[in-house]
Ligand binder design. Structure first.
Ligand code: SME
Length: 152
C-alpha cells in the first residue's frame, strides 16, 4: 500500500506513529527548509518549542542540515552547539531529508528523555523514512513491519 505525500497529513501521521510506537521518542517532529535557508518547524508531537526557526549550523538540527549527515547526540549535556527545547530532553537524533538534487528539504528531529537510547536501528529506520519522503511515497506496510521489528 502506497500513500502519496501529496496528502498534507503525511508528516503528521509519521510523527504520531513514531510517537505512539517508540516509548523513548518523546518529541517527534519535522523541520522544513525555507527559501532563505532557515529550518522552520513543521508538524510535531510533543511539548511546544520556542525553536520555530533555526539557522543552518545552529544547534543539532542546524548541524545536521549543514553537514547533511544524521546527527546523534546520546547526551545533550555534552553538546555545546545545542538548542534546548525542554529540560527533560537528554538525547536527540536528527536525520536530514534530501531532495532529488541532493539539497536539504528538511529533517526528522527526535528528542528523548533517556540518555543514549538511540542505536543503529533507529538511524537505519529513520533514514529509510527520510528516503521514502524524498520520493514522496510511504510504503506503510513496510513502515509497520519495520517499526515492529525494531521496537517490539
Ligand atoms: N534541540 C534542537 C532544537 C530543536 S528541539 O529539539 C525541538 C537543536 O539543538 O537543534
Amino acid at each position: 500500500q502506497i500513500v502519496s505525500a501529496k496528502n498534507e497529513n503525511l508528516l503528521e501521521m509519521i510523527c504520531k506513529l513514531l510517537d505512539e510506537h517508540v516509548p523513548y521518542y518523546n518529541w517527534t517532529g519535522f523541520y522544513l527548509m525555507d527559501d532563505e535557508g532557515m529550518l522552520v518547524l513543521g508538524p510535531y508531537v510533543g511539548e511546544p518549542t520556542e525553536h520555530v526557526r533555526i539557522p543552518v549550523g545552529k544547534g543539532i538540527c542546524g548541524q545536521a542540515a549543514d553537514t547533511k549527515l544524521t546527527f546523534i547526540v546520546q547526551d545533550v549535556s555534552q553538546e555545546t552547539n545545542y538548542l534546548s527545547c525542554s529540560p527533560h530532553v537528554k538525547s536527540e537524533i536528527v536525520v536530514p531529508i534530501f531532495r532529488n538534487d541532493g539539497s536539504v528539504f528538511g529533517e526528522i528531529d527526535i528528542d528523548s528523555h533517556y540518555i543514549a537510547p538511540f542505536d543503529n536501528r533507529d538511524k537505519e529506520f529513520l533514514e529509510w523514512i527520510a528516503k521514502q519522503l524524498m520520493v514522496r511515497t510511504v510504503h506503510w506496510d513496510e513502515f509497520k513491519r519495520r517499526i515492529k521489528i525494531a521496537y517490539i
